[in-house]
Design a protein around this ligand. Structure first.
Ligand SMILES: *Cc1c(COP(=O)(O)O)cnc(C)c1O
Length: 361
């Protein structure tokens, strides 16, 4: 028998803001061609896998891991080109970094701001910590609406503004001049979330210390290591020293630390496959544009493509699913994402399977 929680405990003590949240939904994916979550289809060769296993085998799992992830951090500065004067915080995925920033800078009576549509965790985590979340709609072309952003920053004085660069779920990288103005008028922190940097032509990481209120965040998830849960952010050392106080001491587990150290010795693998995905993205976009069910394909600097269908996106999504292909349905009536779907760029074979499964108009 299912145990029932004590009378009124939920009503009385679970914070109303939490009760209103819809839990983050992950679609069951067993047996599907999985193109819904921007995962990377490429895995290490047998040889690399063997070397990795040998490394992981040495990890003493009866001991707590290195609380500072010292080796992984050292490698990060070199491999990612982080300025040596910059501070660095590592997280259990960048989701956890967003949560740390929210705990340190936001909370009741404070505001987190982001354009919309953008990454859903900005909104969710703002609510976890009891913060106000303000979203500013993008233009019809999914560019930043600069006057609206500047007005919202002036009005709400956000403690944190999140800019995903490139943006998820739209795929484009926003105008740099607009971002520069947002940074310069923001009283609080501006986070440049570069989850898709491997597929984009540009980055803020090397220049992060040119600003006094910017942190650049990245993750290994889209690069091919989503299962490890590892992200990092770099920025002003004194600010990140404050953030470091809320990082749980063992947030990067021992197996992940050993695995990312190994990965950083073999970055060529990721770079090569990111280039393959960028090339495949162009092929996929061209074929999607020519497809009868597709009304519009949006520009992408990420490892996914957003497209609008003629007719009913929910039905198209469902038909793909019946044909064994899982993508993301973003349709919301009367929104900028009306009739929009998002597909991850994968191997040539999986991309072809997706196109073949796409119903015609
Ligand atoms: C996927 C994604 C993340 C989350 O990455 P994890 O490191 O897997 O938590 C962060 N930001 C954006 C914009 C993303 O699309």
């Amino acid at each position: 028998m299912k145990k029932k929680v004590k009378n009124n405990l939920i009503e009385q003590y679970v914070r109303p803001q939490i009760r209103q949240i819809q839990a983050y939904h992950v679609q069951p994916a067993e047996g599907f061609i999985k193109l819904d979550a921007m995962e990377n289809p490429y895995v290490w060769s047998k040889n690399l896998q063997q070397q990795w296993l040998e490394r992981v085998q040495e990890v003493a799992i009866n001991r707590y891991p290195d609380a500072h992830a010292t080796k992984a951090r050292q490698a990060l500065y070199e491999v990612m080109g982080i300025p040596s004067q910059a501070g660095l915080v590592v997280g259990n995925g960048s989701d956890e970094l967003i949560q740390m920033l929210a705990m340190v800078l936001a909370g009741p009576g404070r505001t987190i701001l982001a354009p919309a549509p953008s990454f859903v965790m900005y909104d969710m985590i703002a609510r976890f910590v009891g913060s106000e979340f303000v979203s500013v709609p993008l233009t019809d072309n999914f560019e930043l609406d600069l006057p609206a952003m500047l007005a919202a920053i002036e009005e709400h004085q956000p403690a944190v503004t999140f800019i995903a660069y490139p943006n998820n779920p739209t795929g484009n990288a926003f105008d740099k001049q607009a971002i520069a103005e947002i940074i310069s008028v923001s009283p609080g922190l501006v986070v440049i979330d570069e989850a898709y940097h491997a597929f984009a032509g540009d980055s803020y990481l090397g220049d992060v210390l040119q600003y006094s209120n910017v942190v650049v965040m990245r993750t290994l998830s889209k690069l091919g290591l989503a299962g490890l849960r590892f992200g990092f952010m770099a920025g002003p050392e004194d600010l990140l020293a404050e953030v470091e106080k809320v990082r749980l001491p063992y947030n990067i587990n021992g197996l992940t630390q050993a695995s990312v150290e190994f990965a950083f010795e073999n970055m060529d693998f990721f770079d090569e496959h990111a280039a393959t995905i960028v090339a495949q993205r162009a092929v996929l976009m061209k074929e999607l544009s020519a497809h009868s069910i597709v009304e519009r394909v949006y520009p992408s600097e990420a490892n996914f493509v957003l497209f609008k269908v003629l007719g009913d996106a929910v039905q198209v999504h469902q038909q793909l699913k019946q044909n064994g292909v899982l993508i993301k349905n973003l349709h919301q009536p009367d929104s900028a994402l009306s009739q929009c779907l998002r597909v991850t760029v994968s191997t040539p074979e999986e991309n072809a399977a997706f196109l073949a499964a796409l119903p015609t108009a």
